[in-house]
Design a protein around this ligand. Structure first.
Ligand code: 3HC
Length: 301
């Protein structure tokens, strides 16, 4: 049977909260075999345990059959970095660091088949900069081969928690080909997502709007405008947001919020994006939010 995205095997790089969620929706909803890689075995174990829990909950709520859950789980295989070589598309979901992503895309471009799509789940980093690293060494970026190699890079931005949030933001680098864009969009739709597109600007649409909002909330706390609980309650009850901005910052990860804000600030040189000192200090203290138990709130689970 022909499928519009043509993805018969997906690679997911990074088994953190985003990578795991992407593996989950790909295996369960798009029904695509997933090869999952993370350099940390603990992260993989933690991720797979969460996947089992989410599948069991879907079964207990009658949303899927036991068989569908078993099939989805069996579609996910843990591999080492070399195990991604034959995939039709890879989604990279490692931390928000340009140099790290560029080094990953350099290796992917050299090792994967020339027709494999290379997608990044980056929240804010330029897809054009990432794509520029996907030109194999010795090739000119302006040559036909160089353009073809960078042309298979695309931004595929999922939202946390991936199984629940209905959106994927699709970002085209200057180099991205229409074919890559079309296949990536079809794949996101097969994962059950609605797709919006954004130009390759720092933070795209989503985080160019969300991060100044979160940052303003942190500045309110810093200035003593209101308490943590009153800031969050104002937005939850006054504007019907599912989470207050401080709670949401903890949920996303304070280190991730800071990395995105730094990308926005450096990429635009606009002072409205300057990260608050309190956020910087909390990250200095290694208080990363929900992921390690301490942020604006404390977490014991
Ligand atoms: N993984 C999978 N499912 C999860 C989950 C997770 N981490 N966290 C919650 N859920 C599920 C629950 O299991 C529950 O499912 P159910 O209906 O089958 O029981 C459902 O979500 C609702 O959860 P709860 O009843 O426990 O709690 P809430 O009603 O408060 O919902 C929430 C939790 C869905 C996280 C909601 O608070 C929410 O939508 N918060 C805002 C999230 C948000 O804004 N995300 C985007 C962040 S920005 C981003 O990701 C971009 C990046 O670039 C920074």
């Amino acid at each position: 049977m022909s499928i519009p995205h043509g993805i018969r095997t997906l690679g997911v790089l990074g088994a953190g909260q985003m990578g795991l969620g992407i593996a989950f929706v790909s295996a369960l909803r798009a029904k695509v075999p997933v090869l999952l890689h993370d350099r940390s075995p603990e992260q993989v174990t933690k991720g797979l345990a969460l996947m089992d829990k989410l599948l069991a909950k879907d079964v207990s709520k009658g949303r899927i059959t036991t068989e569908a859950a078993k099939d989805a789980r069996e579609r996910v295989t843990v591999v080492d970095a070399k195990g991604l070589r034959d995939v039709d598309m890879v989604v990279e979901a490692v931390s928000e660091n340009l140099l790290l992503k560029q080094s990953i895309f350099r290796s992917l471009a050299a090792e994967l088949r020339p027709d494999a799509i290379l997608a990044s789940n980056t929240s804010s980093i330029s897809i054009t900069k990432i794509a520029a690293a996907a030109v194999p060494e010795g090739l000119s970026a302006a040559s036909e081969q160089g353009k073809a190699s960078a042309g298979r890079v695309v931004g595929l931005h999922f939202f946390n928690p991936v199984p629940v949030m209905k959106l994927v933001e699709l970002i085209s680098a200057l180099q991205t080909t229409p074919e890559t864009l079309g296949r990536a969009e079809s794949f996101a739709i097969a994962c059950g997502k609605e797709v919006t597109t954004s130009k390759d600007v720092p933070g795209f649409v989503s985080n160019a709007l969300l991060m100044p909002f979160i940052n303003e909330a942190i500045m309110c706390l810093e200035k003593g405008t209101a308490t943590r609980d009153h800031i969050d309650t104002t937005l939850k009850l006054g504007m019907n947001h599912p989470m207050g901005p401080l709670q949401l910052a903890d949920f996303i990860g304070l280190d991730t919020c800071l990395a995105i804000q730094q990308t926005l600030y450096e990429g635009t040189r606009d002072s409205k994006y300057r990260p608050s000192i309190l956020l910087e200090r909390m990250v200095d203290a290694q208080w990363y939010g929900r992921k390690n138990g301490k942020g604006f709130y404390e977490y014991n689970d």
